[in-house]
Write a protein that binds this ligand. Structure first.
Ligand SMILES: Cc1cc2nc3c(=O)[nH]c(=O)nc-3n(C[C@H](O)[C@H](O)[C@H](O)COP(=O)(O)OP(=O)(O)OC[C@H]3O[C@@H](n4cnc5c(N)ncnc54)[C@H](O)[C@@H]3O)c2cc1C
Length: 396
């Protein structure tokens, strides 16, 4: 035990958002022995601050909290071509953060060994075999590990070379039935008038209620009003809805890093382990991380259970990582509009294949097929630019 008398826990989770709470859930269900777990978050986690969507062709851990799901997706190209795809056996599922926080906290609070504290984390330190976390409410020690989901991931907000997925969304209720809740609109590129990759994303959950998000995959952030104006124009252009025709129920916004870290991968011998966005769990080319985080954390807990401590916490196959780097470079260079890449992918391949590809579940042969379905020149140029320092295969 530590020699000082700071409050001591087996595990400390610095950050009790999506990744922190998910990890607590899996630790609680596992056979890993612990005397106590402390979850630290500066915010009271009970708000609808996020909408999490994921696609899957299986039952997933938090499906019971899914608010709505779709097995059809619209894809709208810049040139006005619209396709509605069935994605069966996949479905696209939506979870509201407030329902998820309530569900998971109810589970965790049944175990008196799991404690929550609402305070700000100020920093971390090591003391012999133990790790400490400094907070506004004092210092705490972890005898096993600290899981950190609060540290910033290397992505500079004002650096145009650092891609971000940035968006503002509003959920509206129309005065009359107008939406089709059977199909979501994954990409509407009809609004992509700039060289940046931008689109509208629409999730209708009833014939009157839908979430509209104006999203960019780009390095340069915009003023909030810009996204809102774009959504208003879209509501009018695509649905004929003027401002008097609907009520804004909710608003959400996000800036998700679309960069890749060159840091050495962490393994489970590490005392302070970064998870979630901080740990690079976001798929850099899409900004999705909900399902990836669940898969990575389940694996992490299994590895802790069986004491496989030398495995990387966040492993990605080198070829997949290389493809992501090349695609990100294409988006940065803007020699081709980002929408053209997605349009080629969706027009020339089955959506199920693309969904598996985006989840890194395709074989190398399938990857090569997909690579040849997009305009090749900008990809070759991007690959050359990335150069030999980022080869897809580890150099011996
Ligand atoms: C609006 C929005 C919508 C998204 N939609 C999707 C989606 O549809 N599908 C998908 O796959 N991904 C989505 N994402 C991306 C990703 O899934 C989320 O960002 C997810 O919440 C990341 O989990 P996390 O635990 O890393 O971060 P968070 O859930 O943000 O958790 C981090 C926690 O740390 C706390 N914290 C931060 N600093 C401190 C500090 N100093 N002290 C104490 N606590 C601190 C915060 O309060 C927060 O609770 C979305 C992101 C946003 C922002």
């Amino acid at each position: 035990m530590p020699t000082h008398n700071l409050p001591t826990y087996t595990y400390i989770l610095a950050g009790g958002g999506m990744a922190g709470l998910s990890l607590a859930y899996y630790l609680n269900q596992s056979s890993i022995p612990f005397d106590s777990i402390l979850i630290i978050d500066q915010a009271e986690k009970n708000t609808r601050d996020k909408t999490w969507c994921y696609w899957s062709d299986q039952l997933e851990t938090f499906d019971s909290v899914v608010e709505h799901s779709w097995d059809q997706l619209w894809f709208h190209s810049f040139d006005n071509r619209s396709d509605k795809f069935s994605i069966l056996p996949f479905s696209y599922r939506k979870i509201q953060s407030d329902s998820w926080y309530a569900f998971i906290q109810k589970e965790l609070k049944q175990n008196p060994k799991i404690q929550f504290i609402q305070t700000k984390v100020l920093g971390f330190s090591y003391e012999g075999r133990f790790a400490n976390v400094r907070t506004d409410a004092g210092e705490f020690t972890a005898t096993e590990k600290i899981f950190d989901s609060i540290s910033a991931f290397p992505c500079e907000l004002d650096n145009p070379q650092h891609l971000k997925q940035h968006f503002v969304g509003i959920t509206i209720e129309a005065n009359f039935p107008i939406f089709d809740p059977e199909a979501a609109h994954l990409f509407d590129f009809r609004i992509a008038h700039t060289t940046a990759c931008e689109f509208i994303y629409v999730l209708p959950t009833s014939d009157r209620i839908a979430l509209f998000e104006h999203t960019y995959f780009s390095g340069q952030l915009k003023e909030k009003q810009h996204y809102l104006d774009q959504i208003k124009a879209y509501l009018f252009g695509a649905y004929g809805l003027g401002e008097d025709d609907y009520l804004i129920l909710e608003e959400e916004s996000g800036i998700i890093p679309m960069t890749m870290s060159d840091a050495e991968p962490q393994n489970l011998y590490t005392k302070i382990i970064q998870i979630g966005t901080s740990g690079g769990f976001v798929k850099s080319t899409t900004g999705y991380s909900f399902l990836r985080t669940q898969r990575k954390l389940k694996e992490l807990v299994t590895n802790l259970e069986i004491r496989h401590l030398d495995v990387p916490v966040n492993e990605t196959k080198p070829f997949k990582k290389w493809m992501d780097r090349v695609f990100l470079q294409v988006l940065i260079d803007q020699k081709i509009k980002g929408n053209r890449v997605f349009e080629s992918l969706f027009q020339k391949n089955k959506p199920q294949l693309i969904l598996r590809f985006l989840e890194e579940q395709t074989t190398m042969r399938e990857d090569l097929k997909l690579m040849t379905s997009v305009p090749t020149l900008p990809f070759v140029q991007a690959a050359l630019k990335i150069g030999l320092t980022k080869l897809p295969f580890p150099r011996k």
